[in-house]
Design a protein around this ligand. Structure first.
Ligand code: ATP
Ligand code: MG
Length: 414
């Protein structure tokens, strides 16, 4: 892609009201644009990142055997009354009447919608398990939509739902998803801690949150450096869990940290299925409620979370997995201008490498500043000085190397 054609241009200053790193940098670098508090457009660069994040999620969730669908975002009131959530979740839900007086909500989650689909299609244990997921917008009337794209009133989530015949089968699948989540965050380059949190009114079980350690996070978590134990602050306070030792392995190596919740998995038992009458017949013809779980990952929040943990004074530092482009090709003005960058650009493209080529007629300084701000992991410079080689520099380092085009391609594909 040619940088002269990318919309919009980068900005010199962060927005005045911006407090968090992701807000400042993603706006300045042209990844996102704010319509109003908590409501964002993903611009071409931002959408590329979120699509890469979604592709990783999709690949790993498919491995659990789940199938992708797309569920509606406009919901009738009646379905939310079946579980009592029309009233219980009033504060977070956008609810409204149309001009005929009929009441609706904009989707803030899809448990009820999924179970409605399922109950129409199952009769016996042979129809189970079922696991469906989608990527879609969620609407939530968040009281404090600060923190840039970390907390939107409209945001993108991957949500997965599963139903099972027995408790045992449910927990087996739950564990599969837990492992898939760990692979997803690892592939993206995040260091995540799993913390337990109280399930609240919808389940007696604890839920599990996936937390990225970050100064700019809104959550506070505790975790053990010796074993896998972790809990969020609310659980620790309510259950008075923490003295000085880890409740699991008794080690004193407990750490407290600010964190960003990027994923959450919920074992719901049969609470929802009993209320929504999602029953099946077991082997002996006995009617039973299905075991139900739901599993969310915030893909737009993940983009923001990455910026929170990976930036410097100059800008964002993407990694290869979620960067909007593989390389940033910079052509410096020479007497034989354009003679080589074009060829490099074409060759890289032919090899399936995604290149952002800064072909603009501006100073070298401006090009390098934008390059650092946008944060693509590899910078390639073509100039008269580079001769028949290319200058190669990683975003996070100051060291430069000179490689032939052949070598560059080999390194990028390797
Ligand atoms: P939080 O405690 O941060 O409000 P939550 O517990 O309400 O999150 P879930 O309902 O479990 O979130 O949603 C699943 C995932 O969706 C979260 O782990 C997070 O990644 C993402 N998410 C939740 N709320 C928002 C939001 N307002 N903006 C962006 N992403 C969000
Ligand atoms: Mg919330």
């Amino acid at each position: 892609m040619l940088q002269s054609e990318i919309f919009p241009k980068t900005g010199k200053e962060p927005p005045r009201e911006a407090e968090s790193a992701n807000h400042k940098l993603l706006v300045r670098a042209g990844f996102i644009d704010q319509l109003m508090t908590g409501s964002w457009t993903l611009l071409p660069l931002g959408w590329r990142v979120v699509e890469k994040i979604n592709a990783i999620i999709r690949e790993e969730i498919n491995k659990t055997g789940a199938q992708e669908v797309l569920m509606p975002l406009l919901h009738p009131k009646a379905i939310w009354n079946e579980t009592g959530r029309w009233e219980k979740a009033k504060e977070i839900m956008y609810q409204f009447k149309d001009h005929r007086g009929k009441e609706y909500a904009l989707s803030f989650t899809h448990e009820e919608i999924f179970l409605d689909i399922v109950r129409k299609h199952i009769t016996s244990y042979q129809d189970l398990p079922i696991a469906l997921y989608h990527f879609s917008t969620k609407f939530r009337n968040e009281p404090r939509a600060r923190s840039g794209i970390l907390r939107g009133r409209e945001f993108m989530m991957k949500d997965l739902y599963s139903v099972h015949a027995t408790e045992e089968e449910f927990w087996k699948y739950y564990e599969k998803v837990r492992q898939a989540y760990l692979r997803i965050f690892k592939r993206m380059g995040f260091d995540v801690k799993i913390t337990e949190a109280e399930g609240g009114v919808f389940t007696d079980n604890n839920t599990h949150e996936f937390q990225v350690l970050a100064e700019g996070g809104e959550d506070t978590i505790y975790y053990c450096k010796k074993c896998n134990w972790g809990a969020n602050k609310e659980l620790v306070t309510n259950k008075k869990l923490l003295t000085i030792k880890c409740p699991a392995c008794k080690s004193p190596a407990i750490k407290k940290s600010k964190a960003i919740e990027v994923g959450n998995i919920f074992p719901f038992g049969t609470w929802y299925s009993e209320r929504m009458h999602v029953y099946y017949q077991d082997k002996f013809g006995k009617k039973k409620p299905v075991w139900f779980g739901s599993y969310g990952i915030g893909s737009t929040r993940l983009m923001g979370a990455w910026v929170e943990v990976s930036h410097d004074q100059k800008g964002i530092v993407w990694n290869k997995e979620i960067s909007p482009f593989d390389v940033h090709l910079i052509e410096l003005k020479t007497k034989k201008e354009g003679y080589k960058a074009k060829k490099v650009y074409e060759k890289l493209n032919e090899n399936g490498i995604n290149v952002l080529w800064d072909n603009r007629d501006i100073s070298a300084g401006e090009k390098f500043t934008d390059c650092d701000l946008i944060g693509i992991p590899i910078r390639l410079v073509v100039s008269e000085k580079t001769g028949n080689k290319l200058e190669w520099k990683k975003r996070e380092s100051d060291k430069v190397y000179f490689f032939t085009l052949h070598k560059v391609i080999e390194k990028l594909l390797g």
